[in-house]
Design a protein around this ligand. Structure first.
Ligand SMILES: Cc1cc2nc3c(=O)[nH]c(=O)nc-3n(C[C@H](O)[C@H](O)[C@H](O)COP(=O)(O)O)c2cc1C
Ligand code: SF4
Ligand code: SF4
Length: 425
């Protein structure tokens, strides 16, 4: 019996919270599960970056042993079961069940082909039941309140509640537990309070780095296994990242793909080489060097990797690209055809200018520019030398008069040399 507490999705901390706040809930679920299937050995595989959760689980396991709830002849019966903690080194792929088992056996944490499934041949060749922390946490309440109670919550096929970690450009971030089937808009607006700084929400990414981006036009989508899959995304461990109008969807796809490239275990070619090539194409596009053929190739590669990668890390890695191509194709085309980043994010495609009508000649920008790209003196309209500017955005951050503008594919008239403010207006 294994409890999967690897929780490798960046930004996800549902399992950590469950283990830190109520470790007995996990242990109780595992004891019931072990009794049901006749298991005598249980392991909690937990990443070493969770020291507090490990400490609390350790203590809870000792307490359970002291109360006769773990160990030999539990509560005087002939049922014996004990739980041990196995620490993982924090590789994302080690959350995959066969890689996790390999790592527990002392081998390199790489997935293997299934079948045989762990339930047939798992840890040290024994049949192994492996479930997530949250799954184990549900068990005791289901036994106590009955299956009907649990199945009344959720949708026809996705039962119960799910904890999500709501992060990104949303007013109220944190962990939220909702019935499966709750619409995206309820989570983003009613619970999360919408976007920060009165911006417009553009999309959400569900399912962590292997998930997909769902546009705001589809926020009626119910968050359950089937509807997320229809939208091209996945539930994953339950991460929801909110993105606002200032997010470039091509850059977002590149960011998530970079994660897959770094975390790919390298065992199979489609994932090892394919995600790397996809990332190269995305880099080309965000640098304004992409072509329409690149977009076609990107989509083709994504679909092939989805079909041919060995494990779900590779099979799902193209999701951010496929969903952004599906819902935000116009942004890809703007990068490729107009050499423009509509969200003004991709560095190679943006420029900073000083608006002569707004500049007060205060000199803060020129004093803070790390490459001395800003020309001017007190009382003079300042100018950014486009050849020197490294597009770090420092000037925009420090200007108190909103005089710095960031543009992509456009420019504004600026003087050739600093001129006194009264002459420049
Ligand atoms: C790349 C990859 C990473 C995974 N990471 C986790 C993880 O961190 N935690 C987890 O419970 N399941 C993870 N899984 C899913 C597990 O393989 C397995 O399906 C899961 O532990 C089953 O638990 P459940 O059915 O109770 O949700 C991952 C799968 C893949 C492909
Ligand atoms: S899909 Fe990626 S992570 Fe999975 S086995 Fe292949 S190389 Fe390894
Ligand atoms: S910080 Fe703003 S107002 Fe001051 S000189 Fe620079 S652009 Fe002009």
């Amino acid at each position: 019996m294994i409890c999967n507490a690897d929780e490798g999705d960046p930004g996800a901390y549902m399992n950590r919270n469950e283990m830190e706040s109520d470790p007995h809930m996990v242990i109780e679920g595992m004891i019931i599960g072990a009794y049901a299937i006749g298991a005598n050995e249980g392991y909690i595989y937990i990443r070493a970056e969770y020291p507090l959760a490990i400490e609390r689980l350790d203590r809870a396991i000792s307490d359970a042993r002291a109360y006769g709830l773990l160990g030999n002849n539990i509560l005087g019966t002939d049922f014996s079961f004990d739980i041990h903690i196995a620490r993982g080194a924090g590789a994302f792929v080690c959350g995959e069940e066969t890689a996790l088992i390999a790592s527990m056996e002392g081998n390199t944490g790489r997935p293997r082909k299934r079948p045989p499934f762990p339930s047939q041949k798992g840890l040290w060749g024994k049949p192994t039941n492996i479930n997530n922390v949250e799954t184990w946490c549900n068990v005791a309440s289901i036994i106590k309140n009955g299956a009907d109670w649990f199945t009344r919550i959720g949708t026809e096929k996705s039962k119960g509640t799910k904890v999500f970690s709501l992060v990104g450009k949303v007013k109220r971030t944190g962990l939220v537990e909702v019935p499966l089937g709750t619409p995206v808009k309820t989570i983003v607006y009613d619970i999360g309070g919408g976007a920060t700084d009165n911006k417009k929400v553009k999309a959400v990414q569900t399912g962590g780095p292997s998930g997909g981006c769902i546009p705001d036009s589809l926020f009626d989508t119910q968050v359950d296994y089937e509807h997320l899959a229809d939208a091209g995304s996945i539930m994953g461990s339950g991460g929801i990242v909110v993105m606002d109008e200032d997010t470039c969807m091509v850059d977002t796809a590149k960011y998530f793909l970079e994660f897959a490239v770094e975390e790919s275990c390298g065992k199979c070619t489609p994932c090892r080489e394919g995600t790397y090539q996809m990332h190269r194409i995305l880099e080309k596009i965000t640098e304004g060097k992409g072509t329409n053929e690149d977009i076609v190739l990107l989509e083709k590669l994504a679909n092939i990797i989805k079909l041919t990668a060995l494990c779900r890390l590779g099979q799902t890695a193209p999701n951010p690209v496929l969903t952004t191509l599906r819902y935000f194709k116009d942004e890809y085309l703007a990068h490729v055809e107009d050499k423009r980043c509509p969200a003004r994010v991709c560095r190679s495609l943006i420029n900073y200018y000083i608006d002569p009508a707004a500049c007060r000649g205060c000199t803060i920008c020129s004093r803070n520019c790390p490459v001395e790209a800003i020309d001017g003196k007190p009382g003079y309209i300042h100018i950014i030398d486009q050849n020197k500017c490294i597009k770090c955005g420092t000037c925009m951050e420090v200007c108190n008069f909103s005089a710095i503008v960031k543009l992509s594919g456009e420019s504004i008239d600026t003087p050739f040399a600093p001129i006194p403010i009264n002459k420049g207006r």
